[in-house]
Ligand binder design. Structure first.
Ligand code: BTN
Length: 251
């Protein structure tokens, strides 16, 4: 069980923590708070989710005690496109995990990869000026927890470290990191964050298929271009430029 007092202590004044032993989805709860007009900095944490949601309509599987589940409600002064929010949340979360000893990389747009397997997923949703960032981290899950179709693509933090940092610490580190990353973008723009994304880009030199509105490109990696806010896909010793709204698949 999470120690809620310890969690609140670590979160300090920057975050208001709401804890649920069991909930439908922490993102659903954060969106409800957004609609009710609650302020920036609400952090909803759950031990167990009945209907955890992933990107693209997928469900998010978790186990009480083995998964970290939380959603952060932020309010942004200037509305940002959803692709930017995805990049910002990936970078904020990845930096937080790197700082506590997990060398994660980011698979477009914001899957967090540890030892080339997915260790955490992020679901960003918006309501007006509210941004809800839901994070699910595989913390202490055995390999047989994962269904066969994802088993060789998923990993949990405990496979990487004998001694895990406390769950409360990981959650607050991520939430505070996300809040700071969002503030950095609000005051200084997104360019620096795009550069950070590129440094942690898991697809930099991997075979990819990028499908955009005007066709698809099979390439040998990609990176984000900070000026044009497009992808550059490596192809036959050159690059092909594709919009960020493209879908990207690792091959
Ligand atoms: C993905 O990779 O598909 C995104 C997964 C996001 C899962 C988290 S768990 C906490 C929060 N609540 C949800 O219902 N989803 C997110």
């Amino acid at each position: 069980m999470l120690n809620i007092n310890f969690l609140k202590e670590l979160a300090g004044d920057s975050l208001a923590v709401e804890y649920h032993p069991k909930i439908t989805s922490t993102n659903d709860r954060a969106l409800e708070m957004a609609r009710a007009g609650m302020a920036d900095g609400q952090l909803i944490v759950a031990e167990h989710q009945i209907n955890g949601r992933g990107r693209r309509g997928n469900s998010w599987q978790s186990a009480a005690g083995g998964s970290l589940l939380c959603s952060l409600l932020l309010r942004s002064a200037s509305p940002l496109p959803v692709h930017h929010l995805a990049i910002i949340s990936g970078v904020g979360c990845a930096n937080a995990l790197n700082e506590i000893g997990f060398p994660v990389k980011i698979k477009w747009p914001n899957d967090l990869m540890l030892a080339d397997r997915k260790v955490a997923g992020i679901l960003v949703e918006t309501h007006g000026d509210a941004v809800v960032i839901g994070i699910g981290v595989n913390y202490a899950l055995n390999e047989d927890f994962f269904s066969e179709d994802v088993r060789n693509r998923a990993i949990s933090l405990n496979s990487h470290a004998d001694l895990l940092p406390e769950r409360e610490m990981v959650i607050t580190k991520i939430a505070l990191g996300l809040q700071q990353t969002m503030r950095k973008v609000e005051s200084g723009g997104i360019i620096k964050i795009l550069l950070e994304w590129n440094k942690m880009n898991w697809l930099a030199r991997r075979k990819v298929r990028v499908c955009g509105p005007f066709g698809e490109v099979d390439g040998d990696g990609l990176f984000l271009d900070g000026r044009s806010l497009h992808f550059h896909v490596f192809k036959d010793h050159g690059v092909v430029t594709m919009p960020l709204s493209s879908t990207v698949e690792a091959k």
